[in-house]
Design a protein around this ligand. Structure first.
Ligand code: PLP
Length: 385
């Protein structure tokens, strides 16, 4: 007799990204489905981790993280955004994913409602569902993905406790303007909401725009959990290092969950990230942004040429494109058709919506090494000539 799984297990969404990655591997294609940044790891980050291992920093750390890394994260918020953060307001966790899970566990109860902006990052929805929260969606419309108060007001209910944003956003690339953040502050105050702001792509911002952490707005500071991480900027997705910044009492409660679920983030790797934060200068971050802007322009140009109209992103490193002209009855079949025809894998739009909102879309990740990106461009151009 098969074992009965918990009701909770049924809540976890099956990952479209993993499915496409498997199919891509089978067909020997180029995987633009997965959001892995293929740049080399900065030498200071590697050297910092190696030195920590050699120096004996290999045991459990405090569940909140090593003081050196917590201080480096607080220092970075001051340096980059003029935001004063104390060590006690920082939790180091297993990626931004762990930081969201543990702070959400600390702040939300089963049955609480949470607003998500669609298109949205699937892990946000899945994490909330695993906790037992109910999700209410707010649909943003391309190409501007503008935040509108009326749409937020339509979605909010009596039991709504929080709203989650991704800024810059995966998958849309939306970068929230100051006006939109002020609007969000009005809305959060009016309904006494928490704000979870996932800023893992903070350094991937293009066209001279600037990333503004919502917590730098005084009205949002006390009700915001800022989530960040090193997976993308240091190309260390497998190191599992991220953080949350929130009022000290929230961090103390989240640290209990961090302890329970993960014990602590890997000790020597925390030191590597700390050294990276302390040593790398503005030039490094500017160069990463410039390189990705060039890749965005190259790839979006090709998408346009082959008739897969891109919604050009302002940040992060994904692009949503219109695949309605491709054969197939839905986005999944169309994404497969695209993979079979060109050898380039993408994610069907459904991965980012609770309904059929993504039926005309696929998402590509353009954070690829130069040669691989060029190969993807060539394959697309050949397939559609
Ligand atoms: N948040 C967003 C918006 C992401 O797109 C991703 C990865 O794709 C993550 C978090 C995962 O971050 P981490 O590796 O730090 O858990």
């Amino acid at each position: 007799m098969p074992l009965r799984l918990s009701r909770r297990s049924g809540n976890i969404l099956q990952s479209e990204i993993r499915a496409m990655t498997g199919e891509c591997r089978r067909l020997g294609g180029i995987n633009m489905a997965q959001g892995v940044c293929d740049l080399p790891i900065p030498e200071t980050v590697l050297a910092g981790a190696r030195a920590a291992m050699d120096g004996g920093i290999n045991s459990y750390t405090a569940s909140e993280g090593l003081p050196r890394l917590r201080d480096a994260i607080a220092g970075k918020m001051g340096r980059d955004y003029g935001m004063s953060v104390a060590r006690e307001e920082v939790l180091v966790s297993l990626g931004a994913t762990g930081a969201f899970n543990t702070t959400a566990q600390a702040l939300l109860d089963e049955g609480d409602e949470v607003l998500l902006l669609e298109p949205c990052y699937g892990y946000h929805a899945a994490t909330l569902q695993a906790i037992g929260c109910a999700i209410r969606t707010v649909r943003l419309e391309p190409p501007a993905w503008a935040l509108r108060r009326e749409v937020l007001e339509q979605a909010v209910g009596q039991r709504t406790r929080a709203i989650v944003i991704s800024n810059p956003s995966n998958p849309s690339g939306k970068v929230f303007s100051r006006e939109e953040l002020e609007l969000l502050a009005d809305f959060c105050e009016a309904h006494d909401l928490l704000l979870f702001s996932d800023e893992i792509y903070e350094h991937f911002v293009y066209d001279g725009l600037r990333h503004i952490p919502p917590a730098t707005l005084p009205r949002l500071r006390g009700r915001t959990v800022t989530l960040g991480g090193f997976s993308k900027i240091f190309s260390i997705t497998g190191w599992r290092l991220g953080y949350a910044i929130a009022p000290a009492e929230v961090i103390a409660a989240a640290a209990q969950f961090n302890d329970l679920i993960y014990v602590c983030a890997p000790a020597p790797l925390q030191m590597g990230a700390a050294e990276g934060l302390l040593a790398l200068e503005d030039k490094f971050y500017r160069q990463v942004a410039a390189e990705h802007q060039a890749k965005r322009d190259r790839f979006c140009g090709v998408l346009q040429q082959v008739g897969l109209e891109p919604i050009v992103p302002q940040g992060a490193y994904y692009v949503l494109a219109d695949i309605s002209a491709l054969p197939g009855k839905d986005d999944r079949q169309k994404a497969l058709a695209l993979l079979q025809r060109s050898g380039v894998a993408s994610v069907p739009g459904r991965a980012f919506y609770h309904d059929d909102g993504g039926a005309r879309l696929v998402r590509f990740c353009f954070a690829k090494r130069e040669a691989e990106l060029e190969e993807a461009c060539t394959r697309l151009l050949q397939a559609f000539q």
